[in-house]
Ligand binder design. Structure first.
Ligand SMILES: NC(=O)c1ccc[n+]([C@@H]2O[C@H](COP(=O)([O-])OP(=O)(O)OC[C@H]3O[C@@H](n4cnc5c(N)ncnc54)[C@H](OP(=O)(O)O)[C@@H]3O)[C@@H](O)[C@H]2O)c1
Length: 258
């Protein structure tokens, strides 16, 4: 598969789980990457394991417009060109339904999962359009530009155990498809990845009962690991500029539902 040499990426939620492995895999394939998450010390640790000239850190809340603008500026400052590969991955789960989930977590979840995604999509979209510079028709896909968003299997199939979280991902899926229809014809690929169960910090943050998750692993395991999802991000970005893998749903083999 083709190299990602020359690509400049931003990965949100790169301090753990899927985002961390996405950042590592992109760098392994030749990309330079700006890492974002709130825990700066974790990002610095991740960066220390990667070639210094391939990585930059911009810590902060990925739903904050100021932080988003700083990430994009940082890519330009560190790597001397506008980012052309944005991975909108920062997100969090929440155990329970609209009836049972912890309402004190709702605003943070909606802000992180939905608004953060929308703000970054918009900011990155405008900068990519400016970089394309009004070129139209087939020539506007001369080089690849990607915005890749982490949705979820539960953003497509309603899950009874986390339907409040799932509803934020349903919204994200709608946002992504709308943006794909708007920006695809202008030369920007907007892609959605919908993972099933992935073992990461996600389960703890979401407040899943540990015994329940162990039961899930027993019933449908082995569940996915973050590198399994990271490979799909790299695969999308590796496609020739005129080819768009716009949607990947990836589940553990034995996951029947959702
Ligand atoms: N695990 C699954 O089963 C699964 C399935 C489908 C989809 N997904 C989606 O995949 C994405 C990554 O999940 P994961 O499994 O890798 O979870 P994870 O291990 O909990 O990692 C989440 C990452 O997002 C960061 N983050 C959270 N809120 C943030 C914010 N406001 N601003 C910046 N960074 C933030 C966290 O770092 P800090 O705490 O340092 O900020 C961490 O790096 C999420 O969008 C999730 O919804 C996960």
């Amino acid at each position: 598969m083709s190299t990602l040499k020359g690509r400049i990426a931003i990965v949100t939620g790169a301090s753990a789980g899927i985002g961390l492995e996405v950042a590592r895999d992109l760098v392994a394939h030749g990309a330079r990457v700006v890492l974002n998450a709130r825990r700066k010390e974790k990002l610095v640790e991740v960066a220390s394991g990667l070639p210094a000239d391939a990585v930059a850190v911009e810590a902060g809340d990925a739903s904050d417009l100021g932080v988003i603008r700083r990430m994009l500026d940082r890519a330009r400052g560190a790597f001397k060109a506008e980012a052309d590969l944005i991975v909108i991955n920062a997100g969090r789960g929440l155990n329970g339904s609209v009836m049972t989930s912890d309402t004190t977590q709702w605003e943070e979840m909606v802000r992180t999962n939905y608004l953060g995604c929308a703000y970054l999509l918009r900011e990155a979209g405008h900068r990519m359009l400016a970089a394309i510079g009004g070129v139209t028709g087939p020539a506007c896909v001369a080089s690849p530009r990607d915005i890749i968003v982490l949705g979820s299997t539960v953003g497509r199939h309603v899950s009874p155990f986390s339907s409040m979280y799932g509803s934020t991902k349903f919204a994200v899926h709608g946002l992504v498809e709308g943006a794909r229809r708007e920006l695809g014809p202008k030369g920007i690929r907007i892609s959605l990845i919908e993972p099933g169960f992935v073992e990461s910090e996600f389960q703890g943050v979401a407040g899943y009962d540990r015994a329940w998750f162990e039961g899930v692993k027993e019933r449908i395991g082995p569940v996915l690991q973050p590198p399994d999802v990271a490979r799909t991000v790299t695969f999308i970005a590796q496609q020739p500029p005129g080819v768009h893998v716009s949607d990947i749903l990836i589940r553990p083999t034995r996951q029947d539902y959702p």
